[in-house]
Design a protein around this ligand. Structure first.
Ligand SMILES: [Zn+2]
Length: 391
């Protein structure tokens, strides 16, 4: 059904490009000159940026797998190191412009939040972007000074995503990051062609690092009046967003008097038609990191615990200890727990990987009088309690 709907869109002239455009970013007016690239000279060559992925879903299909998240991180670590498989296809005249951005990404957290709001990615309440705030049905950013926050959630504006520019005074720190639709995120799971090679996140992180679209401001630039402020990307008129069907653009494709670098990540063709950043973009992005996002330069890749801490009252508990009839456990959360009981010598006597309920009962008939240890596990949190059977 979805495919059929998409094909129909392609038959309506002009509609396909608008409905399937990748990026909803409308840059705020910016200073034309990037900060001096020397600002990052002398620091580490390869910068590793911690990334926290917040999956905010209303339809279970949007609750993408860890494997799909990891597939996106893998793409970023190829694209920002010029290790992506399309590099050899860059046309000869642009081959010398290809840059290894020397930026890598480490995944420090994945959060999952069920929301009551469909298409939350582009919903606002009182000027605040819902998806970025737990109290508005989304998920709070994780340390935005030291971490790139990526929200993966549905939207209804036809775009695959958007990313925030670093010097836009309109965007508060806790709403900075990238926003990508689940079907445009990563290469596995629900990622769907033509946006199934992870290039939406590559592109939106480009914006997050101050890179503009190659044509400059607006949806396109037919009069060649606007620019991306980068020296080695020639003036260009078009976004190439209508190349989302079977074909990629063919080199040379001219506009504004020169051949367009349509395969640059800051254009909008299908994922498989994109392949490179330039040296000029590298200078601009790394200068922006030093000037606007310095916290990322020294950030830690250690995983961050994101499970909300259980309060005393919400901890799993042994209800009767010593136990003489049933062993009764209070398991407060709605999800399943993993239960295991060991004797004093560490021998496993009982296990249930799918325990739930408050209370949850185990027959003591399995055990002779004595001391046991019961392990209760929920996600990353493990409780071990001493259990006494005495009849
Ligand atoms: Zn964009």
């Amino acid at each position: 059904m979805k495919k059929w709907w998409f094909s129909l869109l392609l038959l309506i002239p002009g509609l396909a490009a608008r409905s399937q455009h990748r990026c909803a970013v409308q840059p705020a007016p910016q200073a034309g000159i990037a900060p001096a690239p020397d600002a990052v000279a002398g620091r580490q060559a390869v910068i590793t940026i911690p990334i926290a992925v917040h999956i905010v879903w209303s339809n279970p299909q949007e609750n993408i797998s860890d494997a799909q998240v990891q597939s996106q991180v893998d793409v970023l670590n190829e694209d920002f190191r010029a290790r992506n498989p399309e590099i050899p296809t860059v046309p000869g005249p642009f081959a010398g412009d290809v840059a290894d951005m020397e930026i890598e990404f480490c995944l420090v957290a994945v959060t999952r939040t069920q929301t009551a709001f469909a298409n939350i990615a582009n919903l606002y309440a009182g000027g605040r972007r819902r998806v970025c705030h737990t109290d508005l049905g989304g998920r709070d950013a994780l340390d935005p000074e030291r971490c790139l926050n990526a929200w993966v959630s549905a939207r209804n504006d036809g775009a695959c995503g958007d990313g925030t520019f670093p010097d836009d005074p309109q965007i508060p720190a806790d709403e900075q990051g990238i926003f990508v639709r689940p079907d445009c995120f990563g290469t596995a799971g629900t990622a769907t062609a033509p946006f199934n090679l992870g290039r939406t996140a590559t592109h939106e992180i480009g914006h997050y690092l101050n890179l503009k679209h190659l044509w400059g401001e607006g949806l396109e630039d037919p009069l060649c009046q606007s620019d991306d402020m980068v020296e080695d990307t020639e003036e260009q008129a078009y976004s190439y967003s209508d190349f989302t069907g079977g074909n990629c653009p063919v080199h040379p494709s001219f506009s504004c008097g020169t051949a367009d670098m349509f395969m640059n990540f800051m254009n909008l063709p299908a994922d498989r038609c994109m392949s490179m950043f330039t040296r000029g973009q590298k200078e601009r992005a790394r200068a922006a990191l030093a000037a606007f996002r310095p916290g990322l330069l020294d950030a830690s890749c250690l995983p961050v615990a994101t499970e909300p801490l259980l309060s005393e009252k919400e901890e799993p508990a042994l209800l009767c200890n010593p136990a003489s009839t049933d062993i009764a456990l209070h398991l407060p959360k709605k999800e399943e727990y993993e239960i295991a009981i060991f004797d004093a010598s560490g021998r496993l006597l009982f296990s249930d990987p799918n325990a739930f309920g408050a209370p949850y009962y185990i027959s003591p008939g399995l055990f002779i009088n004595g001391i046991y240890y019961i392990k209760i596990r929920n996600g990353r949190k493990i409780h071990v309690k001493k259990l006494i059977i005495a009849r």
